[in-house]
Design a protein. Structure first.
Lengths: 191, 168
């Protein structure tokens, strides 16, 4: 009976090739890789800004006068990282308060204010700094690397980083008063 | 007559004076033209701007973007053109300042190659799979038909019917 079954003409119907089919594997592998990359990209765009409680991304701000400010070297100090632009009207609302806050903490030496000029042109940026008498270090976001690391959505945005390099406060939009800025910095200095 | 010669003399002096002024004025005007900075036209600026995107206004080409940020960028392009920069130099400056994403066409390097390689490869693979599928369908059709008609299949059908009868 077994012989009959093996001799059965039905078995002569062309069968699909078996074994590894490298072409198919390569196609499926490539497709999966592409979908994986798309998923990672989509996830990154949907993540939103870095959240308080997370370690702040490492960054280096090169100021307009050529000084480097490396976040890793600023450990032990509170960092106030403000993203702004000369074309940004809401940034103007908080400019005076940020400068006043910087003047308030400057003598202590344990609070660093850094301005990151986002997608701006230098003459207009320098004009903005002069207009609002901003004296703390500011520099361009070269290659938009810092804004991408913090995944900002726009300007102004301000990130407060504690002495251990952890993000403790995210201000989306402008600060409305000096008191509001002090309210997020003072608790970090009391620790 | 004397009045006439005086008039002639005055006329000649005036002419000579005017000619002298004209001779002086030519190089001064030429110098003034040389000193004037080259002012690029809007078309020249937009020819570069349309190949760039400002990260603030995603998906809006720089030449038609209406925000102040984009206006500043276009002014900067104009400034660089007036300084004699080439299109490539200007684009490179913007890439250095704001990153490669300002370009409408990503530079052909690193992972950016995927943008140029994946679509044609996917198209070719798709065409190959489709072609292969069509061929296999054509091959199956003529082979399956004779199974019913030829002698072997007749024999097979007879045996099958016989087996069915036995099982009943």
């Amino acid at each position: 009976m077994n012989e009959e079954t093996t001799n059965n003409p039905v078995s002569e119907v062309p069968q699909e090739k078996t074994g590894p089919q490298w072409g198919r594997l390569a196609v499926w592998g490539g497709l999966l890789l592409l979908m994986g990359m798309l998923a990672v990209g989509l996830k990154r765009t949907q993540e939103g800004p870095v959240q308080p409680g997370q370690m702040a991304p490492e960054f280096i701000v090169t100021s307009f006068d050529g000084q480097n400010y490396n976040s890793a070297e600023l450990r032990g100090k509170v960092i106030v990282l403000n993203f702004w632009a000369s074309w940004c009207k809401p940034c103007e609302q908080e400019a005076a308060d940020l400068e006043a806050a910087w003047q308030y903490y400057a003598d202590r030496g344990d609070v660093v204010f850094l301005g990151v000029d986002y997608v701006d042109t230098e003459p207009e940026a320098l004009g903005y700094l002069t207009k609002f008498n901003i004296s703390y270090p500011n520099g361009p976001d070269l290659g938009t690397r810092i804004s991408q690391a913090f995944r900002i959505r726009g300007v102004p945005e301000t990130y407060i980083i504690n002495q251990e390099g952890m993000l403790t406060h995210t201000q989306i939009g402008p600060f409305t008063s000096l008191a509001q800025i002090k309210a997020v910095i003072d608790p970090l200095l009391d620790q | 007559m004397k009045q006439h010669s005086t008039f002639n003399l005055q006329f000649s002096t005036t002419i000579i004076f005017l000619l002298f002024l004209a001779v002086l004025a030519v190089p001064v005007t030429a110098l003034a033209q040389d000193a004037e900075p080259y002012a690029p036209t809007d078309d020249e600026i937009n020819a570069i701007a349309r190949e760039m995107f400002c990260p603030v206004c995603e998906n809006v080409p720089l030449d038609v973007c209406g925000t102040q940020a984009c206006a500043q960028w276009r002014a900067l392009i104009g400034e660089k053109l007036s300084q004699g920069w080439t299109e490539e130099e200007i684009k490179q400056y913007f890439v250095d300042q704001y990153g490669a994403r300002v370009l409408s066409e990503p530079p052909r390097e690193g992972i950016n190659w995927l943008v140029y390689v994946v679509p044609p490869v996917a198209f070719l693979v798709g065409a190959y799979v489709l072609l292969k599928g069509l061929r296999s369908w054509r091959q199956i059709e003529p082979e399956s038909t004779p199974l019913v008609n030829d002698e072997i299949s007749d024999d097979y059908v007879a045996r099958l019917e016989d087996e069915l009868r036995k099982s009943q």
